[in-house]
Ligand binder design. Structure first.
Ligand code: 4GS
Length: 243
C-alpha cells in the first residue's frame, strides 16, 4: 500500500511512523508512506501557504494554490488514488470501516492545519472526509497518524501473526478479555487458574465470558449491536446472575 500524506509539518510523523510495528512494515516494504511538505508547492516568494479568511474572523486558512499544485502533481501519476481529508465534519472512523481502507492500494491523506483548508480544495479533490472523534485538534496530522496506525495493522504481514488482528477489542464487536503474563503470582496477585490449566476449550470459554463481562460493564451500547449467538447469550445470563 502507498500512502501519500500532504502536510505542513512532516516532522511530526517521524517518531510515530518510524517506530515499532509501522516502522517495521515500512522497512519490509509492505507499507510505503510518502510525506509531502505542502510548502514545497508554494509559488509565492515567501513560500506562504495560508491567508486570512474572507469575511473576517479568527485564524488562518490554507490557500488553494499550493494544494491544487500538490494534487495535480500526485494525481497525474495515479489518477485513481483515494483522497481523504480529516476534519470533525467527517464520518467518525470505526473499526468496521478500517478493513475497507486496508484493502486500498493508494491513499492520499490531506492534513489541514489552523482553521482548515479553502473549501475549493475539498470540493475539487477530496473523495471522503473522516473524523477520529468529536473533539477539536490543532491539525489533521494526529488524525492521519491514527488512521495509518489503525489500517496498517490489518494489512497482511504487518502484524506478527495473521490472527493477532482478530482478537482485539471491536474486531468482533466486543471488548477484549484480560491478558496475563509471567510470573504466576506477583506481590500476592494470582493469574486466573484456568489460564494455567492447558485446557484450551475452557480457556476459550473463559476469555469469551470475560470479554462479554467487560463489554457489559464498560460499553453496554456495543452489546446491543452485537449479534450474540446461543452460547454468548447463555454466558451473559451467567454473568448477570453472577456465576
Ligand atoms: C479532527 C478530528 C480535527 C479541526 C484540524 C480544526 C484543524 C482539526 N480531524 N478528526 N482545524 N477530530 N481537526 O479536530 O479529524
Amino acid at each position: 500500500m502507498l500512502i501519500d500524506v500532504l502536510t505542513l509539518f512532516p516532522e511530526m510523523f517521524s517518531g510515530v511512523l518510524g517506530t515499532s510495528i509501522i516502522g517495521r512494515a515500512r522497512e519490509k516494504g509492505i507499507l510505503d508512506i510518502n510525506l509531502i511538505n505542502i510548502r514545497d508547492f508554494a509559488k509565492n516568494k515567501h513560500k506562504q501557504v495560508d491567508d486570512y479568511p474572507y469575511g473576517g474572523g479568527p485564524g488562518m486558512v490554507m490557500s488553494p494554490q499550493p494544494l491544487f499544485d500538490a494534487f495535480y502533481h500526485l494525481l497525474e501519476a495515479s489518477p485513481t488514488a483515494r483522497v481523504i481529508y480529516f476534519s470533525p465534519q467527517g464520518k467518525t472512523l470505526r473499526q468496521e470501516m478500517a478493513e475497507k481502507y486496508a484493502n486500498m492500494s493508494h491513499l492520499i491523506l490531506l492534513c489541514g492545519h489552523y482553521e482548515g483548508v479553502d473549501q475549493r480544495v475539498i470540493d475539487r479533490f477530496v473523495d471522503e472526509e473522516l473524523s477520529i472523534g468529536d473533539y477539536v485538534l490543532t491539525g489533521g496530522e494526529l488524525p492521519s497518524m491514527v488512521f495509518i496506525d489503525c489500517i496498517s495493522r490489518l494489512i497482511p504481514g504487518v502484524l506478527g501473526s495473521s490472527l493477532s488482528a482478530d482478537d482485539e477489542s471491536f474486531s468482533n464487536g466486543l471488548l477484549e478479555y484480560p491478558h496475563y503474563t509471567r510470573p504466576q503470582v506477583y506481590q500476592g496477585l494470582k493469574v486466573p487458574e484456568v489460564l494455567l490449566s492447558g485446557n484450551h476449550k475452557e480457556i476459550e470459554r473463559w476469555r469469551k465470558k470475560e470479554s462479554l463481562r467487560n463489554t457489559l460493564k464498560k460499553r453496554p451500547d456495543l452489546l446491543e449491536k452485537a449479534n450474540l449467538d446461543l452460547e454468548e447469550g447463555r454466558l451473559i445470563d451467567e454473568i448477570k446472575n453472577n456465576k
